[in-house]
Design a protein around this ligand. Structure first.
Ligand code: GAP
Length: 516
């Protein structure tokens, strides 16, 4: 595909054309940064959620799952620090009247320098061929070293200024770097101001008695306030985890990257409660384990990297992102945060209730420390979808659009296609469909020539096409075609279930984590 912009546009239009993602309330011209999942999107999203849940909850004896409410007592957000500190530093351009996140303007500037480094690496790799040593090149090439130092210095200063709440210095940095409004080129900036991201709402019938509430900006607090309920009723022993998936809401200012940054989105979070002092060990463990989960999906090792935070959130003593190479560059996909005992201690203080654990080994009570893994389900969806969408050259001037979704996540596992719409082939195809649908999400398609139907299923991401032809009536065999290789083989109808099962079952995919 021509360039990253075109590629991203193609992702967005393909997601709509194949029933994955629609703009919310589209008939009323939509709502910015709010999206709906269509018939295929809902299935893909569900499959990603299940893949996460299986790995985190079902496969860990010491992790359990809950489902807390979106509405929480308003003091929750005072205690968690979100009322006072869940802010974005915003800057307005006086000429264009456009509003930006000041830190994102600086980060985008750095990303441009990083893109230059990538270009140098690609050029050198071409020049040196097999003898190319990327690590050595990054460490010794003077131009690359200079670029890297520049990036580090800028990010360090940004991190320090944000940490100290020195917003004047953030503005000074933007001006010193000569950063212009990305849309108009104007450098006429206002001061940087903080803006709270939580959505407020009201609970209660009358204006006087109504209580001010927030839509939760993260699912994590539902876990913290239930820490003791789960620990006691589940007789959980430290270390143990509580996981949940659910909606979160943020009044995001920058909302232009499709489902990457939404105002209503879904998180998959896990809080792992540990003995104070063991956080470094668990931090390393969860960083490695979560990366393996991503790699098990086979989307390319080079598409992931860790980014250690310079600027730590108000609750963390260490934090890293797992970044993924989206069509618009490497960006945060998941966060691993060492949250100390900040949240539980705050809830103790604000609620007046003890949130402690009696450790029988230590024979004492303490407030546990917490290691958090937090991933946006929609962001994971975008990573999977954008990485899978490919334009494949088939030679002889032919090409195909194929959505190479990991088979375990694909919305529809197989399409059953009668070769022609007569001679009893549709009836046999329907019979196969009726049987397979007990185990898999399958579909039936009899319209158009079979080649066109294959292409349609390729583009929708269906891993298998099963074609019923005249021979099928005689010997109860069909052809099974694999989406990625386009290879076809003749198999017994009775073997279809086990053949499909082998390639789509969660065990087969998740077990890859053990080999990494
Ligand atoms: N409980 C910690 C927490 O919420 P975060 O880094 O703010 O940390 C965690 O969010 C993950 O949630 C991110 O890595 C991202 O995948 C996802 N996320 C955050 N804001 C989002 C948004 N506006 N739209 C989509 N996903 C978002």
């Amino acid at each position: 595909m021509a360039n990253t912009d075109d590629q991203f546009k193609k992702v967005i239009s393909h997601a709509k054309e194949y029933g994955y993602i629609f703009q919310s309330s589209e008939i009323y011209d939509g709502l910015s940064a709010i999206y709906d999942y269509g018939q295929n999107g809902a299935e893909l999203k569900k499959n990603i959620r299940e893949y996460w849940w299986k790995a985190m909850v079902q496969m860990h004896d010491n992790i359990v799952g809950i489902d807390a409410s979106i509405f929480m007592h308003p003091t929750t957000w005072k205690a968690s620090g979100h009322v006072d500190a869940f802010n974005d530093p915003l800057i307005d351009n006086k000429d264009s009247k456009k509003r930006y996140r000041a830190d994102v303007l600086v980060e985008d500037y750095v990303a441009k320098i990083e893109a230059k480094i990538d270009k140098e690496v690609a050029k050198a790799a071409k020049r040196f061929g097999d003898a190319f040593d990327k690590e050595q090149f990054l460490e010794t090439n003077p131009r690359v070293v200079k670029y890297q130092e520049e990036c580090n210095a800028i990010l360090k200063r940004l991190g320090q200024s944000l940490e100290k709440e020195d917003l004047a210095d953030v503005k000074a940095l933007i001006e010193e770097l000569g950063i212009a409004d990305p849309e108009t080129g104007s450098k006429n900036w206002t001061d940087v101001k903080q803006f709270n991201l939580m959505f407020g709402t009201k609970l209660g019938a009358s204006a006087e008695s109504a209580m001010d509430l927030y839509l939760r900006p993260e699912t994590a607090q539902g876990i913290f306030v239930n820490f003791l309920n789960v620990q006691k009723t589940g007789r959980m022993k430290i270390p143990f985890g509580i996981a949940q998936t659910g909606k979160a809401f943020r009044n995001e200012i920058i909302a232009r990257q499709f489902i990457f940054r939404m105002r209503e989105f879904e998180q998959m979070e896990m809080q792992f409660f540990i003995k104070p002092g063991t956080q470094v060990e668990w931090y390393d463990y969860w960083k490695a384990t979560r990366l393996k989960w991503h790699l098990s999906l086979g989307m390319g090792k080079d598409n992931y990297r860790f980014h250690d935070h310079e600027k730590l959130a108000h609750y963390a003593d260490a934090a890293a992102d797992i970044e993924f190479k989206f069509p618009f560059g490497f960006k945060e996909l998941e966060g691993i945060h060492s949250r100390t005992d900040f949240d539980l201690k705050q809830h103790e203080e604000f609620s007046g209730k003890k949130l402690q654990y009696f450790d029988p080994e230590e024979n004492k009570n303490y407030v546990p420390y917490v290691l958090e893994t937090s991933i946006g389900l929609d962001r994971m969806f975008l990573a999977v979808f954008s990485n899978s969408l490919q334009e494949e050259d088939l030679g002889d001037g032919k090409s195909r659009t194929v959505l190479k979704l990991p088979a375990v996540l694909a919305p529809t596992k197989a399409a059953i296609l009668p070769l022609v719409k007569k001679d009893g082939l549709p009836e046999l195809a329907q019979k196969i469909l009726e049987e397979l649908k007990w185990d898999f999400n399958v579909t039936y398609d009899e319209k158009d020539a079979v080649g066109r139907r294959y292409r349609r299923q390729d583009a929708a991401g269906t891993p298998f096409c099963i074609t019923v032809d005249h021979q099928s009536l005689e010997d109860s065999t069909v052809t099974i075609r694999h989406r990625d290789s386009m290879e076809q083989s003749r198999v017994a109808i009775d073997d279809l279930k086990s053949l499909i099962e082998k390639e789509v079952n969660v065990r087969y995919w998740l077990q890859k984590m053990n080999d990494l």
